[in-house]
Each structure stands twice: as structure tokens, then as C-alpha cells.
Design a protein around this ligand. Structure first.
Ligand SMILES: NC(=O)c1ccc[n+]([C@@H]2O[C@H](COP(=O)([O-])OP(=O)(O)OC[C@H]3O[C@@H](n4cnc5c(N)ncnc54)[C@H](OP(=O)(O)O)[C@@H]3O)[C@@H](O)[C@H]2O)c1
Length: 292
């Protein structure tokens, strides 16, 4: 069996990748508590010791507020460490699978068509800038890589990086609380994107790594919604009877800018015959599996 290393295997995407790939590959998981991509020497030593065919890096510094506050850390994890991983993968002839974000785009308010892989990035906050730098490092230094730009991830495991596990789980919790208290809930109307269950991204990775078609890909479900529209669909499917009212992003006093529109078009994946479901059907599937 070919070996795959999963970095960040305790995260929401990492844990679903493990579940999806384990039948076909020997999986070696590297958890943050034992392994940090910030340490160049450890990255080299560990990967040379394991000699995997694929290294999947899900690690990132992706709390937007903390990225603004600690930009050095954001660049270390999201950019510099990608050089360490690229060099190590080149030396052992491994393929690096890495994840970037829709936030490498600026998402101006007058935009209403999804970005494809040829559109020019224009990140507007430290997180997006540091992830874009990571992409450039990968493209320039890594011999064999797949870079998947994903967005709005939610998975059963949830992320530790944010106050709530993810947007979907946060809205479920807030919705249930508001239902008991008979309150209305605010939700953002001026951020339009695509929300994706991590299991759908893991399925794409499984197909893509068999192609040898290295490079940069957009990988998100079909369609897009504002945060308000996503929450409305979520509440409908969960039978949560709470009225949502639309607010602008600034209502929550963020310390960073967020794109107004950052939906992505999977133009290159479609050319390979890899299709992703609509965000509404994947949300429905997630909610069914979530209970088990
Ligand atoms: N979440 C989203 O909505 C979203 C949107 C667009 C793109 N992405 C990208 O998708 C990827 C996966 O995101 P995710 O939501 O699955 O993240 P996640 O749940 O937070 O998982 C990241 C994992 O990496 C670990 N990690 C963090 N820093 C590390 C380091 N320096 N060295 C080694 N491991 C480290 C974390 O461990 P600890 O938790 O113990 O620190 C965690 O297990 C990231 O590249 C992210 O930028 C995410």
C-alpha cells in the first residue's frame, strides 16, 4: 500500500481525509501536539523517516483576527512552512497536497460571477495574503503538488482555531438557543460564498491524486449563498424555528476585511471529470450523517 502522511489530522478536513483514504492507502497521521510544520528540521527528519508517496498538509493559521494580530505567525505557518514542506517533498520525491482559500480574492461588492483559476488574486487581509504567498511558494518550489482552493469548510470534527467549530455548527447552536429564548438572530447578507462539508473535499482529493494532473484547482460545491441564505436553509433542514434578519458584516465589528463575494468555479476539476454536488444537497447529507 502507498503511504500518505496527513498533517493536521485532528482538524476537520484532516479527520475526514483519514476516513476517506484509509481503505486504499497506509495513512500516517501527524498531529500538532507531536509535529509542527514551523520547525524546518523536524519537517525534513520526519518526512525522510516515513518516505510517503503523498504529503497532505491541512495545517494553517486561519483565525482571521489572530492573523491580523500576529502576522509573523500567519506567514510562518501559511507561507514559510510551505517552503519547508516543498523542499522536503522534492528530496523524497513525494507529492504535496495543500489547501488554499477563496480569501485570496478580494471579492468586490459589484462582483457576481464565481472566480476561476485564471482570475488574479487580490487578498484584502493578512490571512489571505499569507495563504496567497504560500501558493506562490508551492508553485515556484514544489516539483509535484496539488493545491486546492476551498471555502467555508464545516466538518463533524470542527476546528479548534475558531471560537465555534465552524459556521454551520455555530448557527445550529445559536439557532437552538434562540428558539428556546424566542429571539431573532442576525446573519450577514454582504458575504456571498460557498459552504462545503469537509467530506466532499476529501472525496475530491481521493480522485485528484490518482490523475497526476498536478497544479492549482478550485474545489467547492456548486452554487453559492450569503451567510443568511445558508443559515435559512440550515434552519429549514434542522426544523429550527427562528427568524433570521439580515445585517452587514460591520454589525459584528470585525478587526479585518472579508470578501463580499468569493464563490469559486471548479473549471479545472470539471475538465478532469471531477464534479462536486450542490451546496444544498451536501448540507442535507452532512446533517443526516452528523446524527450518527
Ligand atoms: N475552515 C475554513 O472555513 C477554511 C476555508 C478556506 C480554506 N481553508 C483551508 O483549509 C485547510 C484546512 O482547514 P480546517 O478547517 O480543516 O482546519 P482545522 O480544522 O483548524 O485543522 C488544522 C489542523 O492543523 C493543525 N495545525 C495548526 N497549526 C499547525 C502547525 N503549525 N503544525 C502542524 N499542525 C498544525 C491543527 O492543530 P491544532 O488545532 O491542535 O492547532 C489542526 O489539527 C487550511 O489550509 C485552511 O487554510 C479553511
Amino acid at each position: 500500500m502507498e503511504k500518505i502522511v496527513i498533517i493536521g489530522s485532528n482538524g476537520q478536513l484532516g479527520s475526514d481525509l483519514k476516513k476517506i483514504l484509509i481503505n486504499e492507502y497506509k495513512i500516517i497521521t501527524l498531529e500538532h501536539s507531536h509535529f509542527s510544520i514551523e520547525n524546518e528540521e523536524i519537517v525534513y527528519r520526519k518526512l525522510k523517516e516515513i518516505l510517503p508517496k503523498f504529503v497532505i498538509n491541512t495545517a494553517a493559521y486561519h483565525n482571521l483576527g489572530l492573523c491580523e494580530k500576529y502576522p509573523q505567525k500567519a506567514f510562518l505557518i501559511n507561507s514559510t512552512a510551505i517552503k519547508y514542506l516543498s523542499d522536503a517533498c522534492n528530496q523524497i520525491d513525494a507529492t504535496l497536497v495543500h489547501f488554499s482559500t477563496d480569501y485570496i480574492f478580494g471579492g468586490e461588492s459589484n462582483r457576481n460571477s464565481p472566480y476561476n483559476e485564471d482570475d488574479i488574486p487580490n487578498p484584502i487581509q493578512i490571512y489571505g495574503i499569507s495563504k496567497f504567498a504560500g501558493e506562490k511558494i508551492l508553485q515556484l518550489y514544489c516539483k509535484k503538488y496539488y493545491c486546492l482552493r476551498v471555502s467555508g469548510l464545516y466538518g463533524k470534527k470542527g476546528t479548534q482555531a475558531k471560537k465555534y467549530a465552524n459556521f454551520a455548527e455555530m448557527m445550529i447552536k445559536l439557532g437552538k438557543d434562540a428558539e428556546i429564548k424566542e429571539e431573532r438572530l442576525p446573519s450577514v447578507i454582504d458575504q456571498v460564498l460557498t459552504f462545503n462539508p469537509t467530506v466532499e473535499i476529501a472525496q475530491v482529493v481521493k480522485k485528484l491524486i490518482k490523475t497526476n494532473a498536478y497544479g492549482l484547482y478550485h474545489a467547492t460545491c456548486e452554487g453559492y449563498s450569503s451567510r443568511l441564505e445558508f443559515s435559512q436553509e440550515l434552519f429549514k433542514l434542522m426544523n429550527i424555528h427562528v427568524e433570521l434578519f439580515g445585517v452587514k458584516s460591520r454589525y459584528f465589528n470585525p478587526t479585518y476585511e472579508q470578501p463580499k463575494f468569493s464563490a469559486l468555479e471548479n473549471r479545472k476539476l470539471k475538465k478532469l471529470g471531477i464534479k462536486m454536488p450542490h451546496w444544498k444537497s451536501s448540507l442535507k447529507k452532512y446533517l443526516l450523517l452528523r446524527e450518527n
